[in-house]
Ligand binder design. Structure first.
Ligand code: TYD
Length: 211
């Protein structure tokens, strides 16, 4: 519990690579701090010590990682993250601002056409005991626009960023389908809009639900 005794609140940000999640997470974190909340900013994969090791395998391993192994690695990172970081923070009454969660697994691991999206979701739900965020913000962006942003950032691509545009188009479609299936949990924003406009839309949704 915080001094104010407010219950915890859990926000996740989702979207393709280059959709601006990190920028929005930083703005949201600052706004929450200004409102007197204790914020835990975290991400998947890689929010814990174990997660950092898993992140290195899934993003940078040079040889082949089989689709099922990849799905299990993300799920293992997630299990550790929820059990050791997210749940304790929620129990303390903190607000969690988290870059990616199980919707990323459904969209990315399901988009390779090898794994069944529902199986991937069930795997994550098993890994985390069924935990779902209070709000999930989907930053929706055309993959061509996203690619232009990534190119201008001049960072080496990781394994998933290096996938072709049709893969990223399937990821985008999968995210939009997930959002349509759970309109209560999701807020979909146009990631091509000005940064301040997006931040305001996110704040509005969070403010309406924040305990
Ligand atoms: P991210 O941390 O957003 O990348 P960056 O640090 O470059 O902004 O995400 C890393 C990659 O992992 C991203 O391409 C999506 C992918 N990913 C999955 O495929 N499945 C998952 O379950 C998660 C959480 C991420």
């Amino acid at each position: 519990m915080t001094d104010a005794g407010a219950p915890g609140f859990w926000i996740t940000l989702e979207g393709g690579d280059g959709s601006g999640k990190t920028t929005q997470a930083a703005l949201l974190e600052q706004w929450l701090i200004d409102r007197g909340r204790t914020v835990v900013r975290t991400r998947e994969p890689g929010g814990t010590e174990v997660g950092v090791l898993v992140r290195d395998i899934v993003l940078h391993h040079r040889g082949e990682v089989s689709p099922r192994a990849e799905a299990l690695l993300y799920a293992a990172d997630r299990a550790q993250h929820i059990a050791t970081l997210v749940e304790p923070a929620l129990a303390r009454g903190d607000v969690i601002v988290q870059d990616r969660y199980l919707d990323s697994s459904v969209a990315y691991q399901g988009a390779g056409r090898v794994l069944d999206a529902d199986e991937v979701r069930q795997l994550s739900l098993w890994a985390t005991g069924g935990a779902l965020p209070d709000v999930t913000v989907l930053l929706d962006l055309d993959p061509h626009a996203a690619r232009a942003r990534l190119d201008s950032a001049d960072k080496p691509f990781d394994r998933l960023e290096a996938e072709h545009t049709d893969f990223h188009t399937r990821v985008r479609t999968a995210f939009l389908e997930l959002a349509a299936a759970e309109p209560q949990r999701f807020l979909v924003v146009d990631a091509a809009a000005p940064v301040d406009e997006i931040a305001e839309a996110i704040r509005e949704r969070v403010a309406s639900l924040l305990p």
